[in-house]
Write a protein that binds this ligand. Sequence first.
Ligand SMILES: Nc1ncnc2c1ncn2[C@@H]1O[C@H](COP(=O)(O)OP(=O)(O)OP(=O)(O)O)[C@@H](O)[C@H]1O
Ligand SMILES: [Mg+2]
Length: 363
Amino acid sequence: MPNLAGIDIGNDSIKIVLENHHEPIIIPNIIAPGYERHILQEEDSPIKALDVVVNSPSLQKKNQRYFVGYLAVEDADNFELEETDNKAESEQSLIVTLTALAYAGVINRQNSSSYERMNDLEFIIGTGLPVRTYAKFNKTLRERLIGEHEITFLTTPELYNRTVKVVIKDALVSIEGAAALFNMSTHDNLAIKDDRLYSGTIGICEIGALTTDFPVIKRMNIDNRFSYGEQIGMANYLDSIIREVEDQFNYTFPSRAKLVQRIKQKNYLIQNIGEGQSNIKPIVDEYFTRAAQRMVDLIKKRWKKYPDIESFYVLGGGAIALQPYITEAAGPMTLRFVQESELQNVYGYLKLARKKSYAHNSI
Ligand SMILES: Nc1ncnc2c1ncn2[C@@H]1O[C@H](COP(=O)(O)OP(=O)(O)OP(=O)(O)O)[C@@H](O)[C@H]1O
Ligand SMILES: [Mg+2]
């Protein structure tokens, strides 16, 4: 039996959940060219040192070595995705996705008493694309994912020189934000949990790193006429913060990921060159207030165009970052937030894959 997996191919981070393994795996969507590392002290977990060679018929560059995720965050030559990248066609996103799947599958196997061959991992996956790219690219993404891919871990602790074959048997591509709502309205066994969500007309504002999706969902069907996506996300504001911090304090964050780490830890003090520290909180507040105002304006516009919307949910990693600012900017307009906001899509993708596999088995 292939493993069921949900994968959210995020511009900021790739999230994976495997069936029967509840802990989600989150890997920054960053790669750097790989090289022979001088290891002074080995990392304490394989996820911190994904050093791989990836071979896949879907990649243009064959047999290349990459540092993936956290290992690449620290690297000066790293690549973060840019506005122009399309997830369905991006080499980088596929490299991180395949590495993440290989890692998740192997770790999962190690914890189970499976007799199956350890290095062949078969998957049926659920995943998704933003509203704007879905229609044009869902087939492309599906075709690129399905097939046999080979991942060799090099200096990764616990996985030294181990080659893993990831075989994707099938991939179900759905829509960002819509999958999140499917998760919120159903139980794990797919029975309806929240009838108001399942049968109502619900607006979603899913704030990602590079895109914000506004699907409108009516009785669990996506409304083609009113659903909509913006090519704007947290990255625009994070980049502005990085630039402003550079101008004001002459301090350079090496990546967006590093800045976000700080914001998550509420650690706003940066070290000056020479002694002393500076507080970047006012800069963060300024740009997050702007971002929140923009989101609230977009939501208002949507809601006005489609007054049948009963509730509006604000989701994605951006919702966590901006919640206090959005609540402030929204005034009397009620907007809803949920726990584990950035994981709602991936849980939804897994459920959709499960739904499909139930359907297969019953035929
Ligand atoms: N607690 C937090 N505080 C600050 N920023 C956060 C927090 N959580 C997530 N972010 C940032 O919010 C943005 C959106 O995160 P999310 O994981 O939803 O993006 P993604 O799904 O990878 O991107 P996309 O949907 O564009 O493909 C990212 O830039 C992320 O770094
Ligand atoms: Mg996302």
